[in-house]
Design a protein around this ligand. Structure first.
Ligand SMILES: Nc1ncnc2c1ncn2[C@@H]1O[C@H](COP(=O)(O)OP(=O)(O)OP(=O)(O)O)[C@@H](O)[C@H]1O
Ligand SMILES: [Mg+2]
Length: 231
């Protein structure tokens, strides 16, 4: 999923543990009539004005020519892949609250890239906070009301995320996926929670970077397994 690439490219304050969380909920957060909404939480520094300008354009990546600095993205189109699964993505970040629409805006006949300011509807953010389960939200929250015919494939993709994902995402330390359903019996997504930490002792001996990954795929994360990766 492209959002993972952007989360890897994002910048993080030194004291935060870079975390990427996916929650798929049956609550219709954006009141668009969607039967499922994908919420993505990332505790990055958040969108700057340049990031907003870049995401509202095509081919204007803020990462252009910076591949050597470790960025994955640089074409400036990746985010648009969210339109495969949603007609109206929302971004809440650093005080910005905007949405995009795949349908052209009536005034300018342009779709996908024209941002619309989202009026603060207190219930919307309150709902998100409640589902997130903490008092404050991380800096960046994406809200993707899912297209009806894409819900199953998104659930499948979320359920089949492999622990190796953290080997590709070297900045992200904690990664999790869970489902929030009004009727818990209807839940069908496997809960995944992966965290990694550098094992400095092994690193010294093997001359390689070692990651310890705690995996839990149980109902309430009880049956946790630990495995190590060397890179
Ligand atoms: N989560 C984010 N936080 C901050 N800025 C972001 C985030 N996601 C996207 N951006 C900004 O939006 C721009 C466009 O993102 P997009 O994924 O479309 O392109 P890209 O990552 O630059 O290149 P690519 O097309 O190769 O992915 C980025 O260059 C960045 O400035
Ligand atoms: Mg990208």
């Amino acid at each position: 999923m492209h959002v993972c690439c952007n989360a890897e490219d994002n910048q993080y304050l030194v004291r935060v543990n870079p975390t990427l969380e996916f929650i798929i909920t049956s609550t219709d957060i954006a009141a668009t009539g969607a039967a499922a909404t994908l919420l993505i939480f990332n505790n990055e520094k958040g969108f700057s004005r340049q990031n907003i300008e870049s995401i509202c354009s095509v081919g204007q990546s803020t990462k252009k020519g910076n591949r050597s600095s470790g960025y994955i993205g640089e074409k400036g189109i990746g985010f648009k892949s969210v339109f495969l699964v949603t007609a109206q993505p929302y971004i809440f970040s650093n005080g910005y609250q905007i949405s995009f629409n795949e349908n052209p805006c009536p005034q300018c006949s342009l779709g996908y890239i024209v941002p619309e300011w989202v009026e603060e509807k207190p219930t919307r953010l309150l709902d998100i906070k409640q589902i997130y389960g903490k008092d404050s939200l991380p800096t960046t929250t994406l809200v993707l009301p899912l297209k009806a015919d894409k819900i199953n494939s998104v659930k499948q993709q979320l359920s089949s995320i492999h622990p190796e994902i953290l080997s590709f995402l070297s900045k992200i330390r904690d990664f999790s996926v869970r489902e929030d359903n009004e009727d818990p019996k209807m839940e069908s997504v496997t809960t995944v929670s992966i965290s990694s930490e550098i094992n400095s002792a092994a690193k010294k001996n093997l001359n390689a970077e070692s990651y310890t990954i705690h995996l839990s795929a149980g109902e309430n994360g009880n049956d946790e397994k630990v495995c190590s990766y060397y890179m």
